[in-house]
Design a protein around this ligand. Structure first.
Ligand code: NAP
Ligand code: ZN
Ligand code: ZN
Length: 347
């Protein structure tokens, strides 16, 4: 076994503490990755607090992993020692269902194996994530980080980047499309950058008026402060596509009214409590409400290559792993510009 160290929540809502654990020795197709950086996603906080009811403890969170290959199994063909690689939200899937076969492995019909707090497929152990110094992953679930992307800035792309890239591509954000991003946090700010690179007309819908200037610098064309109820009238019937990245409970019915006829609002944000949704703002203008989860491994690679080509990287604040608990508090206060990334060498 490989001796690993990291930060873990030992029980629900407990502050994260230093934690020693074991990783499997590499099997034939496994890649051993020396983790250099790991982003802090709001999902890590939902999970550490068991807000979605699926958490297992002790839990080493982290699914925005960027590192360097330090060893490979005997049959690995895609990667070699020294390669820059990343791992996102899942580390395995059934590989046989219709979705796995058509590169929709994020929607594996058997359920994929999440990077942490998930049973391995052979049910022998529970996965542990990237708030650690090393991880062992089957090569099919590892992506290549182009050399043009520095590892610290690449880390948040593995979840925040792909989670916005996938719906923006699926619902065809592009020239002539009015796209709004709800919430300017880790996911939201990636959405602004990617939608702008796709040449859509981009609006930020934010409850933090003090993010107005940042939104424009990040590439948004418009900023709408949602704490004024009046804006829901002023901007009624405006957008073709709205992506909701908000991590908290909000009145979705207000936002549906901002869609044009036949427009779509896609939720990627996953608050603890269900929304109260009225069918009226949807049925009145044949609007759609949809959801989207991360992206496939193939699409994650495509997104990394897209970001390298368009020079898109997140705005990050690099911290030491020892300040993870303070970082969580700041994320909860929407006080992060715009992603915390832990320097795992300082573990
Ligand atoms: P984040 O950095 O905390 O950003 C969330 C943003 O939501 C905040 O910056 C804030 O933006 C807005 N917000 C927070 N509280 C609010 C409130 N009370 N009212 C209105 N707006 C509020 O979080 P994140 O890492 O981007 O993650 C966002 C959500 O997506 C989380 O629920 C996470 O679990 C989920 N997620 C889903 C997927 C997926 O595959 N579907 C993947 C990753 C994460 P403003 O200050 O601009 O209003
Ligand atoms: Zn995430
Ligand atoms: Zn499958």
């Amino acid at each position: 076994m490989i001796q690993a160290k990291g930060y873990a929540a030992l029980s629900v809502k407990a502050p994260l503490t230093p934690f020693a654990f074991e990783r499997r020795d590499p099997k034939d197709y496994d890649v051993v990755i020396d983790i250099k950086y790991c982003g802090i996603c709001h999902s890590d906080i939902h999970m550490a607090r068991n807000e979605w009811g699926s958490s297992m403890f002790p839990m080493v969170p982290g699914h925005e992993i960027a590192g360097v290959v330090s060893a490979v199994g005997s049959r690995v063909s895609r990667y070699k020692v020294g390669d820059q690689v990343g791992v996102g939200c899942f580390v395995d899937s059934c590989r046989e269902c219709a979705n796995c076969k058509r590169d929709l492995d994020q929607y594996c019909l058997e359920g994929n194996t999440l990077t942490y707090s998930s049973l391995e497929r052979d049910k022998s152990s529970v996965t542990q994530g990237g708030y650690s110094n090393v991880i062992v992953v089957h090569e099919n679930y590892v992506v290549r980080i182009p050399n043009a992307l520095p590892l610290d800035k690449a880390a948040p792309l593995l979840c925040a980047g792909i989670t916005l890239y996938s719906p923006l591509m699926h619902w065809k954000a592009g020239p002539g499309k009015k796209v709004a991003i709800m919430g300017l946090g880790g996911l939201g700010h990636m959405g602004v950058k990617i939608a702008a690179a796709l040449q859509a007309d981009v609006t930020v819908l934010s409850h933090s008026e003090n993010k107005r200037e940042d939104a424009m610098k990040l590439g948004a064309h418009h900023f709408v402060g949602t704490h004024y109820q009046k804006v829901f009238k002023d901007y009624a019937n405006t957008f073709d596509l709205i992506i909701n990245t908000v991590s908290a409970d909000i009145n979705m019915n207000d936002y549906f009214g901002l869609l044009k006829t036949d427009g779509t609002l896609v939720s990627v944000g996953a608050p603890e409590k269900p929304y109260a949704i009225s069918p009226f703002p949807l049925l009145m203008q044949r609007r759609s409400y949809a959801g989207s989860a991360i992206g496939s491994i193939k699409e994650t690679q495509e997104m990394l290559d897209f970001c390298a080509k368009h020079k898109i990287t997140p705005e990050i604040e690099v911290i030491t792993p020892h300040s993870v608990n303070e970082a969580y508090e700041r994320v909860l206060k929407s006080d992060v510009r715009y992603r915390f990334v832990m320097d795992m060498a300082r573990l």
